[in-house]
Design a binder for this molecule. Structure first.
Ligand SMILES: [Zn+2]
Ligand SMILES: [Zn+2]
Ligand SMILES: [Zn+2]
Length: 328
């Protein structure tokens, strides 16, 4: 089967071609090297704190379980005052913002698939702390929390970590999602994401995990094989949600990553949180819905993907969900 599918709300098409069926790695490939519990060269390991900038957050104060520092190689910084300049063809802003690095755990060889419930909770609480801090800066318009696992997904350190970047501009993808949500809201008076959740819950074939608070499913037009999106069922535009929604999100996250680990053999992946932009106006709170997107990086972009801006996925989301569901 080959199908060209359009995303629920973006003007983005993907090719689903199962002709080049997704192939799991052959068994005779060498097993990945096991990491040690602690590494003397790792700047994120306990005992090596001096290799990093001063911590911004450390919980608890003694024998930390999670730690937030400024990224040593920041994408943006607040050293310069915020300025912007509008031109007819060229517009710019100061590279203003913060780049945080969260060291998820003191354990060098831990991996997200393995985090305990209380580790996930601490992780989420810490991300919320950073969001609150950055949201108070009126020049900041967007905050993105993301995680890269494995060198193929852009992680430069094997020690488990998460990053948060705050920006004085709204990123392209968020604007695109907002515009799709906006069109839907204008015509139907409803949040498109709430409608997608209902549809996927009823259709079932793309659902990976669901309970009363949360749903995790393989999206209809995925960019990558085994891509999963997680939504709280409660309508919320931001990271602020009820305790039961938070628990649902963290439970789904843990389930999905555990399943990836088993089915896809600890794959490299990127994970990011999508929230509405900070300075909300024009019904934004009603039309945008918090979610997490997870993309395993099993295939590389090549000429076609880059040249056309169109991905070819070698397993349908229905098939991918069936495989993932069996193991959750
Ligand atoms: Zn380490
Ligand atoms: Zn909604
Ligand atoms: Zn999104």
């Amino acid at each position: 089967m080959v199908e060209i599918r359009k995303d629920y709300l973006l003007n983005r098409w993907v090719i689903i071609s199962e002709k080049r069926k997704f192939r799991p790695k052959p068994k005779d490939e060498p097993k990945k090297k096991k990491l040690p519990k602690k590494s003397k060269n790792c700047p994120f390991c306990p005992g090596n704190e001096k290799m990093c900038p001063e911590p911004i957050i450390e919980k608890p104060n003694k024998n930390w379980k999670i730690r937030v520092i400024g990224n040593k190689y920041p994408a943006v910084s607040k050293e310069e005052k915020f300025r912007e300049k509008f031109g007819r063809l060229t517009t710019k802003k100061t590279g203003y913002g913060s780049h945080y690095l969260i060291i998820d755990t003191p354990k060098h060889n831990s991996y997200p698939a393995n985090y305990k419930k209380k580790e996930w909770r601490l992780w989420f609480e810490t991300i919320k702390d950073v969001f609150n801090e950055e949201a108070a800066d009126e020049n900041i318009q967007y905050i993105l929390a993301f995680k890269n696992r494995g060198p193929e997904a852009g992680a430069s350190q094997p020690h488990p970590h998460t990053q948060i970047i705050s920006l004085p501009a709204v990123p392209h993808l968020i604007n695109e999602e907002m515009s799709g949500a906006d069109d839907y809201y204008t015509f139907n008076g409803k949040c498109i994401f709430c409608e997608i959740i209902k549809m996927e819950s009823k259709f079932k074939k793309r659902v990976v995990f669901e309970n009363k608070d949360v749903i995790a499913f393989c999206p209809y037009a995925p960019l990558w094989p085994f891509e999963v999106w997680i939504f709280p069922k409660e309508h919320t535009p931001s990271i602020q949600m009820s305790k039961s929604s938070e628990d649902g999100i963290l439970k789904a996250l843990s389930k999905v990553l555990k399943t990836y680990y088993k089915v896809l053999d600890d794959p490299p992946f990127n994970l990011y949180m999508h929230t509405a932009y900070l300075r909300m106006k024009d019904h934004v709170p009603q039309k945008y819905h918090f979610h997490i997107e997870i993309n395993p990086r099993l295939e590389k972009d090549a000429g076609f993907e880059l040249g056309a801006g169109m991905n070819i996925t070698t397993i349908s989301p229905e098939e991918a969900a069936k495989i993932l569901r069996k193991k959750t």
